[in-house]
Design a protein around this ligand. Structure first.
Ligand SMILES: *Cc1c(COP(=O)(O)O)cnc(C)c1O
Ligand code: SF4
Length: 335
């Protein structure tokens, strides 16, 4: 079940944009002037329906059913094909959850899944089958998570994740941030968010105000897969985040037919640099049911990394990684 977007009392412009996201395949194709053959798309994906903000749709090329941004959100019949290695919970995350919603898998950092909601539904998402209804640390559970964090002094960094934590109202985030600021061993607050890319309106004065005031180091890891995702409004949003004192990194997922060419990855990382963002991870996708058609083989991924490395300065080369259930960090796949 897909959780609802939480609404605050005074609706800021970004929340209105979030509510107005495109939620139907027919409307999306109409906006893009695409006449698709019935069998090419999957109109009824009940568990994980189509969702895409209009400003992101505006960055897609009209008439092109192979557009790399469209491919990330368009449900295809391939999703229903069963593959033995692609499972509902490939990372066995349920095992690493000491209290509901808090994942403590790597020693020095913990990850809090604040909400299951996202502004966009990425078809390859490894959280598409995640039991958010049980794991969502709403009021009661959040107290447990804060107690756990306070009691475990080895945790130096808390990652706010989801879903997308920035789908929550600033009032709620600010209250949580204040609680976290009171935990002395927590040095860094990290946000894993795709909102500055897919809904740059989200980076408004309220968000910048509390981020700018936050006493712990703030790292924002955005999620951008293709250079076409970065337009002028995204660059402005990212620059504002940097001006507010946050460190900006990007993680991408390597996706067949979307960003599995060296030229695309080179342009992506150059465009991110121009917006003040350095690459962090390039993920081999998690083998979640329904995502097999996006998988790039490890040998193709290695060849890609070789070309990217040859073309870019070292600091613009992302780390190719895969997440494994029993490894103490992301598992490096290259060199
Ligand atoms: C990816 C991840 C982290 C963060 O790992 P880094 O290598 O520090 O980016 C932390 N906890 C969980 C559960 C994760 O999946
Ligand atoms: S924004 Fe992130 S969490 Fe949300 S659907 Fe996309 S990949 Fe998944």
């Amino acid at each position: 079940m897909i959780p609802r977007i939480e609404k605050s009392r005074h609706t800021p412009a970004w929340q209105t944009a979030l509510m107005q996201a495109v939620g139907s395949v027919d409307e999306l194709l109409q906006l893009l002037h695409i006449d698709a053959v019935e069998s090419d798309i999957h109109r009824f994906s009940r568990d994980f329906p189509l969702r895409v903000p209009r400003s992101f749709v505006a960055r897609m090329q009209p008439g092109n059913i192979h557009d790399p941004l469209l491919r990330q959100v368009l449900p295809l019949p391939e999703e229903d094909r069963q593959h033995a290695d692609f499972l509902p919970d490939p990372l066995r995350e349920a095992d690493a959850m000491p209290v509901p919603g808090l994942l403590h898998k790597y020693r020095s950092r913990a990850l809090l899944t604040l909400t299951g909601a996202c502004a966009i539904h990425c078809r390859y998402c490894f959280r598409r089958h995640f039991p958010y209804a049980e794991a969502n640390p709403l009021s009661g559970n959040q107290v447990l998570a804060l107690e756990y964090l306070a009691a475990h002094t080895g945790i130096r960094e808390l990652i706010l994740s989801g879903g997308d934590p920035l789908t929550l109202p600033d009032s709620r985030l600010k209250t949580l941030a204040r609680e976290l600021a009171g935990i002395p061993h927590l040095q860094t607050l990290r946000l894993h968010t795709r909102l500055p890319i897919v809904l740059p309106e989200r980076v408004d004065s309220r968000l910048l105000a509390w981020l700018g005031e936050h006493p712990q180091r703030v790292v924002v890891v955005v999620h951008c897969n293709h250079p076409n995702e970065i337009d002028a409004s995204v660059v402005t949003a990212l620059r504002k985040l940097a001006q507010a004192g946050t460190l900006l990194l990007n993680q991408s997922v390597l996706l067949k037919g979307i960003n599995d060419e060296a030229d695309t990855l080179i342009r992506l990382n150059e465009a991110l640099l121009a917006a003040g963002v350095l690459p962090y991870y390039l993920h081999q996708l998690d083998r979640v049911q329904g995502a097999a058609h996006f998988e790039v083989s490890d040998s193709d991924a290695h060849a890609l990394m070789k070309s990217v490395h040859a073309a870019l300065p070292g600091y613009l080369v992302p780390r190719l990684v895969r997440e494994l259930p029993d490894f103490p960090g992301k598992y490096p796949l290259w060199p």
